[in-house]
Design a protein around this ligand. Sequence first.
Ligand code: DX5
Ligand code: ZN
Length: 218
Amino acid sequence: MSNLIAPSILAADFANLQRDIEMVNNSEADWFHIDIMDGVFVPNISFGMPVLKAIAKHATKTIDVHLMIVNPDQYIQTFADLGANILTVHYEACTHLHRTIQAIKAAGMKAGVALNPHTPIAVLEDVIEDLDMVCIMSVNPGFGGQSFIENTYKKISQLKHLIDFTASNCQIEIDGGVTNQNANKLIEVGANVLVAGSYVFGSEDPTATIADLKNIIN
Ligand code: DX5
Ligand code: ZN
């Protein structure tokens, strides 16, 4: 299984969104990571459906949607219709997580669950076999450009162990504070999808930065 880079569009220039999407299309990046924030689950509002629709019109790669919203269930079909390929909900926002996961799959998408930094891996023991991906938040969700939380490495090992133990087929995505300094170690301990926002779009040459990250992790 090759290791993947998912640039986070949250850090793109929204006044030049088409340019930045084409950059990702033409780069070595694997996925588009799309952060949807509602100002309730997290203390920030990013963008919503019309912007995702515009992104999906131009994106030629997998669209990985990270929902940082309360009550995600009511929007599952909408995100499928908008072109999401992977839909990730937060464990902390789902009272009936098992039902939500099944609904995401029934809508034709891959199902992911994200964990906040304080949420232990063990809460996923009874759903791990139903999941296509677990997103371990390596910052507190809500903002780009925060620093990486070191405890993440331990959580990746624990999750890898759980996945191997249950022989499940689930990807491990890391979201927040990813740079060329931690990318290699994240893969070494078991991650295989790295989200990178400000490190990519804040660099002088985002295409080269993506290529460099891909090179580090493969
Ligand atoms: C944070 C978002 C991340 C964010 C990552 O709540 O989920 O996807 O865009 O940004 P960086 O890479 O700048 O930490
Ligand atoms: Zn995200």
